[in-house]
Design a protein around this ligand. Structure first.
Ligand code: PLP
Length: 398
């Protein structure tokens, strides 16, 4: 997955353009910047690549989620439906706005179960946030039908699945808004950065203003701009945006390599009796950043994961017991351990996550192992890695 594996001369050239002028900010200083507008340039190229009308670049994937939610009017007391398997940024971005995360089960796609989503809708629900984990997507068709029926915002977190598609559309462009992360370990990186895409003009204007203190960005005098609404600072720097331009230029090559390397690992694992694979919803094409597979039981998955570590196979993840990606590891969320007082709405409306039954999610997550698809390896090295993974898993199953 990581774009840092292909960091090189192109990224250095882009950053040097900025360093030569010293204009590290994306706005203003027109006379000094030698016509370099890296953030703007990235936004235009990214919107085009994602077949979307608008892109707003921001400082991280987490801020992209926050800005997207705020732009769609999600705030205090509004409920946002999100999956039990995701990155902590999902609930962080929701709670940052005083909104309430509602966690629901995943299914064999390892993403939101549409039936569980529908069952969780209340009068306060405003948004459904599917998270396309580990390279593959939620059933967007089913989720869109639910959102249309109940008049909800569909916000795709595509941070881990950039380049995948659903019904021919780039992931992130199918819903009302899509979010991406360009942090250091993502498919393409800015060092730190994130992006929001949308075809909704009002959301785009809102995102542009919200990420920069509410500035209206009208005219050439930053000091004279007015503030139609309250905002915040989620801006990206020109240096980070510059790195992103070079990485975006390499994205299709990265995706091709991911697919090649994924296929080698997947084919080796397909020959192992007892191994099955995560379901990809009909109409979806993965970005191939992980090979996600199931073992017959949780016990065998734990054993296989340990054996892979013991055999020195790197970057095979067992999310069920990891601190970042599954509700099991979120003791701080379950017990609302906040440094500062939380909003009344959050305190009153939050589910009791310690007693809530997520056994359906447990049943899939307990059996899941994800092997990261690396792009910096040669074909031979990937073949060796594939054989090691298959051999080790087979030894546990025999
Ligand atoms: C990485 C990631 C984020 C957050 O992105 P940052 O840029 O690290 O803030 C959000 N959601 C998912 C699914 C991610 O993988």
């Amino acid at each position: 997955m990581p774009g840092f594996e292909v960091f090189g001369a192109e990224e250095r050239k882009q950053v040097n353009d900025v360093l030569e002028t010293g204009v590290l900010m994306r706005y203003g200083f027109d006379g000094m910047r030698n016509n370099h507008w890296k953030a703007k340039e990235f936004e235009e190229a990214f919107a085009a690549r994602m077949q979307s009308n608008h892109c707003q670049l921001v400082s991280s994937g987490t801020s992209a989620l926050t800005v997207a939610l705020a732009s769609a009017g999600v705030g205090a007391g509004d409920e946002v439906i999100m999956p039990t398997f995701t990155f902590v940024a999902s609930f962080e971005s929701i709670m940052m706005l005083g909104a309430v995360p509602v966690l629901v089960d995943i299914d064999d796609t390892l993403t939101l179960d549409p039936k569980a989503v529908e069952a969780a809708i209340t009068a306060k629900t405003k948004c459904v946030m599917p998270v396309h984990m580990c390279g593959s997507m939620a059933d967007l068709k089913a989720l869109k039908a639910i959102c249309d029926k109940h008049n909800l915002v569909l916000l795709e977190d595509a941070c881990q699945a950039i380049g995948g598609t659903f019904e021919g559309k780039p992931l992130g462009s199918y819903g009302d808004l899509g979010c991406f992360s360009f942090d250091y370990v993502k498919t393409i990186t800015c060092g730190e950065g994130g992006g929001v895409i949308t075809n909704n003009k009002q959301y785009a204007i809102n995102a542009d203003q919200y990420q920069d203190h509410g500035h209206d960005h009208i005219g050439n005098d930053r000091g004279a701009e007015t503030h139609p609404h309250l905002g915040y600072n989620f801006r990206i720097s020109e240096l980070n945006a510059a790195v992103g331009i070079a990485q975006l230029g390499k994205m299709d090559e990265i995706l091709d390599l991911q697919k090649r390397n994924y296929t080698i690992v997947r084919e080796a694992l397909s020959l192992v009796d007892g191994v099955t694979f995560r379901r990809v919803p009909e109409g979806g094409i993965e970005n191939y950043s992980f090979v996600n597979f199931y073992l017959p039981t949780q016990e065998l998955a734990e054993k296989a994961h340990k054996a892979l570590g013991g055999a020195g196979v790197e970057a095979c993840f067992y999310w069920f017991k990891n601190n970042w990606h599954y509700i099991n590891g979120w003791e701080h969320l379950r017990n609302l351990k906040s440094m500062q007082p939380l909003s009344t709405e959050i305190k009153e409306q939050m589910q009791d996550l310690n007693s809530k039954d997520f056994s359906k999610s447990d049943a899939w997550m307990g059996r899941t192992i994800s092997a990261l698809v690396k792009i910096g390896l040669t074909k031979n090295e990937v073949e060796e890695r594939a054989q090691m993974i298959a051999k080790t898993v087979a030894s546990v199953l025999s």
